[in-house]
Ligand binder design. Structure first.
Ligand code: CA
Ligand code: CA
Length: 427
């Protein structure tokens, strides 16, 4: 199947329009500080050489347009093996620079060096992983993936796994949109071998403020929208919207080698409302799954599905699991499938009418008089001081779920208010 660039761009813009109501904006990256190399769409065939020859600290600025990256074969990719390189758009508009693999190029971006930044652009239709980070036999760190749109990957949208001892640690995926669309879904292979972020043996990742959506297949069970497992440590997953994914957020997938240590999942919206997802073979499996998660916390998350999940809204499983669940608000069950848990003021079987728009992923509370408001347990300072909107929980009576209600709501569905987590004032 061939998608002409103009049609593809139109589809991407439509997707963005749908995303406009999602999350408060993230502040832009600062301007480049080192050497800058500018490139245009006609340079698409030479980008590999440009990146391979760039001095440490160089920023490759891409001007707006459609970059046809489908030349070559499944072994082709942009390899970042020099520390401190940045690939970003000149305009800062992630929808205006599209690198399209046409399901020919295996990976679009291969990160193999510390302090690599990928920002402000769209990566479409890689045959495998559009972004793949692996240390080159030794650990790397300081990767920043910021404000990218990854659309219709052939496998997982963002893959992090070690090569030998080459783990990828202390890195960030933020403010990005990872999605599998109805157009791309038929291209998924191997019994739904896809997902949003899939990280193995990664320590200290921060995954925040992303919109992850559409990861499901007619047959087979997709990996989670955000999945940290296989000995990941101390992941922080916060303020994300995971919409219409068969599995929302996962720590671990089993005991031992498949497990996760430490970490926190907080202030996320996990929503499911797509009839196609519910009608698929696997359905909506679970919102948040802690399988072999040792010492993890899940606090102040909201999981809402317009139909019942196949398994649960939230669950923990396997003997090695030890989790703390507090102030989570869900529309179905929280399931004890084995392991140890401490729980405080979680709310199951919440009515859908509590939320602004489940199908759109807007799980803000609508009624300041509703049951979750002011009904939560006060957590230790630093555990979940801010809500989904990065607004402080300052009234001494936390609302159950990811949203602390009580401030004016933006026209686009978000609340205005105070100085945020980002040290910027939300308008
Ligand atoms: Ca409150
Ligand atoms: Ca709020």
């Amino acid at each position: 199947m061939t998608i002409r660039p103009t049609l593809f761009a139109a589809a991407a813009l439509a997707a963005v329009a749908g995303a406009a109501a999602a999350q408060a904006p993230c502040p832009p990256l600062p301007p480049p500080s080192g050497p800058v190399v500018e490139r245009w769409p006609a340079d698409a065939g030479n980008l590999r050489a440009t990146i391979a020859g760039a001095a440490p600290g160089t920023t490759i600025l891409l001007h707006d347009g459609f970059y046809d990256m489908s030349g070559g074969d499944a072994t082709h990719r942009l390899v970042f093996s020099t520390p401190g390189l940045t690939l970003r758009s000149a305009s800062g508009d992630r929808e205006a620079v599209v690198l399209d693999g046409g399901y020919v190029t295996g990976e679009l971006v291969s990160i193999q060096a510390s302090d690599t930044t990928i920002a402000d652009l769209t990566l479409a239709r890689a045959y495998y992983h559009p972004i793949h980070a692996s240390g080159p036999g030794v650990p790397i760190q300081g990767i920043l993936i910021h404000n990218v749109h990854v659309v219709d990957p052939g496998e997982q949208a963002v893959k992090v796994n070690p090569v030998g001892a080459g783990t990828v640690d202390s890195s960030t995926l933020e403010c990005s949109h990872l999605e599998l669309t109805d157009v791309g879904r038929p291209f998924i292979r191997n019994s739904c071998y896809t997902g949003g972020l899939d990280a193995h043996q990664a320590t200290g990742w921060l995954v925040r403020r992303n919109r992850v959506e559409g990861f499901w297949c007619d047959e087979g069970l997709s990996e989670h929208g955000i999945h940290m497992w296989r000995q990941c440590v101390d992941s922080v997953v916060e303020e994300n919207l995971v919409l219409d994914c068969a599995r929302g957020i996962g720590f671990g997938l089993g005991p031992g080698a498949d497990g996760h240590t430490g970490g926190v999942i907080r202030n996320n919206f996990v929503a499911a409302g797509d009839p196609g997802l519910f009608g698929s073979a696997a359905g909506f499996d679970s919102g948040i799954a802690l399988w072999g998660a040792e010492g993890a916390a899940a606090s102040h998350n909201t999981v809402a599905s317009s139909q019942a999940p196949s398994a649960s809204s939230m669950e923990w499983r396997f003997i090695s699991t030890s989790v703390s669940l507090a102030n989570n608000l869900v529309t179905d069950r929280i399931w004890d499938r084995g392991g140890a848990a401490t729980t405080a003021t979680n709310s199951e079987y919440a009515p859908l009418a509590l939320f602004a728009d489940v199908a759109a992923g807007d799980l803000h509370l609508v009624d300041p008089g509703s049951a979750p408001v002011d009904a939560g347990t006060v957590l230790d300072p630093g555990d979940a001081d801010l809500d989904f909107d990065a607004q402080p929980r300052s009234d001494g009576a936390p609302d159950i779920g990811a949203d602390e209600i009580g401030q004016p709501v933006f026209a686009d569905g978000f609340e205005s208010g105070t100085t945020s987590f980002w040290s910027t004032t939300v308008p």
